[in-house]
Every structure is written in C-alpha cells, then in structure tokens.
Design a protein around this ligand. Sequence first.
Ligand code: NAP
Length: 507
Amino acid sequence: MTINGNLLVAGTEKRGPNGEFHGIEAATGKPLPISFGGASPEDVEQAAEQAWQAFATYRETDLEVRAKFLEKIAEEIEAIGDDLVVRAMAETGLPRGRLEGERARTTGQLRLFAREVREGRFQELRFDAGDPSRKPVAKPDLRLRNVALGPVAVFGASNFPLAFSVAGGDTASALAAGCPVVVKAHSAHPGTSELVGRAVQRAVSSTGFHPGTFSLLFDTGFEVGQRLVADSRIRAVGFTGSRRGGTALMEIASKRKQPIPVYAEMSSINPVILFPGALNARATDIAAGFVTSLVLGAGQFCTNPGLILAIDGAALDAFVARTAELLRDVAPQAMLTPSIAKAYCDGVAKLRQHSEVRAVASGRPGSEFEGTAALFETTADAFLANHQLQDEVFGAAGLVVRCRDLQQLEAVLDELEGQLTVALHIADEDEAAARRLVPKLEMLAGRLLVNGFGTGVEVSPAMVHGGPYPATADGRSTSVGTLAIYRFLRPVSYQDFTKALLPAALR
Ligand code: NAP
C-alpha cells in the first residue's frame, strides 16, 4: 500500500509544496521514513472549491447509493490489511490489539451510519397538512426536512488515529449527512492518515461521486487548518484535541462573515463519585477497576477518569491504599507524541510540586517518550481554592479529592467545568443520595454511568459523547453514535410548495 507523503485533493494527488515533515516513531521520537509535504494556500482553496462543487450533487445523492458508499469506505479500509495497523503502531505507540479493535470500530461506525442513511430517519420528514377553510386565517401546508450543512472540515484526533481521524466518527457522520469532507490530517499520524485517505478516495471514485467529496491535507503548522475554518465554503468543523486548539478554531469560525458551528471535543477530567455504601462494601474492587480504566491507552482517552470524589474516612483510605499498590506495578507506556509525553510529564510535575497536593504513588518510570501512571490526593478545601487543579492532565494521572461530607462533595461538583462523563459508584443504601445528585449531574455532563468507568465508549444510537463546555464546544451534540449526524444538518420548512417544486422525499 502506498505512502508517499502526497496531499489527496479531490481525486488527484500532489506533493504539498509548503515545507515538509516526517511521521515520528512514538516510542523513540525518531523520524519515520517518507516525508509529507504541507499544503499551500492554493491547495486549501482547491480542496474547498472542489468540496463546494461536489456538495451540489452529493447533498441529494440517493440514500441507498450513499449508504453503499459508506460501506465501500469500510471495505477499502479493511483491504489495506496489516500495513495500516503496522504504520499506526509505529506512529502512535499504541499496541496492535488496541489498533485492530479501533479499526473494527472505525469500519463498524461507517456501517452503522450506512444503516442510518438507509433508514432515512435523520431527514426528520414532517408533514403538516394545510387547511384553507381554517378561520380566521387559512392554515398553510407545511413540510419539513433536514438538509446537509455543506462541506465540513475535519481535524483528525491524535488519540484515535483511526476511529476519530480521516474516516472516523466526524467524517462518517458528515458524509452520512450529505456533506463533503476536507480532512486536516493530525501531524501525529500522517502515514496512517494517507493510507485511510487513499481508501476513501478509492471509494469516492468507484461509487462515481464528484471527486471533491473528499480531500486530505497535510500541514507543517496551523495555517492549513485555520484557512480551512475561515474558508466561506466550509460550513462546519469537527475537531478533537486540546482546549487551546479547539478554542482557537472556534474564534476563527465566529469571526467569519458567516460564522459556522465548530464541534470541538476538548478537555474533560470525568469525575468518579464514590458513595459511602459502595466504598464500605467494595473499596478494593473499585480500586482495581479504577486503575484498569486510568492506565488504559496510557490514559490518553477523553473519558479517562482523572478525578475521584469521596468522603474522607477509613473506606477511602482502603481505596487509596489498594489503588497505590496496583499503580506501583504499572509499566510505563509510550505516549502518542513526544509533545503529548512532555505535556503529561509537566502536568504531573505541577501536581507534585503543589503545596496542597500529596503524591500518593507512581507506576514504574520510563523513557522521555513514555508516561508513568500517577496518583495524587488533596482535600476538597484545597480543590475549591485552586481552580487549576481542574486542568486536564492528558495521560494516566488521577487526583483523589477528600470531602468532609456529601454537602462538601456537592460543593465540589458545583465548581466543576463541563464534562463528558460522570461515574457514580453506589450500593443499595446510596441510591437516595445518588438520586438527589442526578439533576446536578445532568447539568454537568453528557453521559452519567453507574458502577463503571467512562472509558470504552459504545457506538450506539443511545450514546452521548459530548457535554457542556469545555468538554465540547456545543453540549447539545454528540460526536459518537448515530445522533452525531445531526451536527451536520439543518431543518428547512417548505410552505405551500407545489408538488413539482417539493424535494422528492416530501412529495
Ligand atoms: P491539539 O494540539 O489541539 O491538535 C489537534 C489538531 O488541531 C491538530 O491537527 C493540530 O495541528 C491542530 N491545531 C492545534 N492548535 C491549532 C491552532 N491554534 N490552529 C489551528 N490548528 C490547530 O491536540 P493534540 O495534538 O491531539 O494533543 C495535545 C493536547 O490536547 C493533549 O496533551 C491533551 O491535553 C489534549 N487532547 C485532549 C483530548 C480529549 O479528548 N480531551 C484528545 C486529544 C488531545 P497539528 O497536527 O499541526 O499539531
């Protein structure tokens, strides 16, 4: 399978003329063979223009043909074979099993959206019959459907090189909605991006769609992404990454002549609340589950459980002691990029140096490219007085906050920023106290779960992977599951349209 570092612009390929960069082997920090060329402003212009032209036909494609196209992308990704996994392993440091699972999730998502397109429910067709005899005024005939927003710019995520990158959830849901896609590849996995980009390009070509339906651009800095978001032909943005990156793109989008939605998934520390009954009954079991979730993928999941809230006492001591014991055995793991490894190391050092935070335990030390799991604790008083203790430390670091009582735990919840998930660990006797918290938690996060941890996001019609800012830019949406398609749709109402003028689905 070819990797030559070329841009894939609307069915063609070309060397990007704007500087060059290499994929980096995550475990060693060494450059991998084959350099990638950054796109020029003209390349961005061409990708956006071609996407705009493709939109004219792609938005109205027959739903069966569009569904088959999504399935074809899945087949083309599978046809790449092991080369894809091998390249992704080198670029991200993630193990084979994880990447094979992620590939299956990626193709599964594409097939899920194919089913969603076939069913057609996302069009939300509504018919409200007119009544010319209604008094005092006649009632108009109203029909409604959702239409696609227009070309979407997708920023591949560093932590999901397949499932949230070139043909990941954002791309699948945008294409399903009828929106052409221009991807800005994440610099952390350019070779993986190119392999998948070629698979999408082949699917576009074999389905006979306009080549502008898909383009893939590389960038040596931030210029390409920023130009894309500013381009008047781009009508929405899908992004997963840092708060700084996401808010920079939100600002560009909001300053456009026609502002557009940026669906940015940014930072979340995913509080886990340990209720007294649960802690008394099974502190050590909860500790085992917590450690497994905390260190999964070197902690580089947006749903990583970074914050534990519980009431101070012997049961919490038992939980902390068992967690510390388990963590000390955890081997260091390669992080996605040298800069993510450094950011993690800096975040852990900051916690270690904080006068009101106690370092409880660490995993085994590793190289500068690896992350060592770490556990810290503090009091609710200190947490409430130091807002920066809420900052996401992207990696396997957890902070336990010891609260005096449930009232103080609630005060901590009141201070938290928007989250993707909140997990409740309860026993039967905790149910009443937990129920009282639910309305508050609904305001705080997009997904509430009981006796589990937020890592492992099911791709399903009832999933919400979203939440109030800064978890995401728009808490009304989800980036995982079939509801994700609605991010790229807009309702249009047709009043008293003649049959000939009506879109076919509304006749
Ligand atoms: P990032 O730095 O925000 O980068 C994400 C994408 O946006 C990349 O393609 C990047 O370009 C681009 N970008 C970043 N800043 C930009 C700007 N100002 N203007 C235009 N484009 C911009 O995120 P990352 O590289 O994935 O990881 C860095 C940190 O983000 C992590 O340490 C972690 O704190 C956080 N993160 C959070 C989550 C989450 O789900 N909560 C997931 C991943 C990362 P380049 O490719 O050129 O860098």
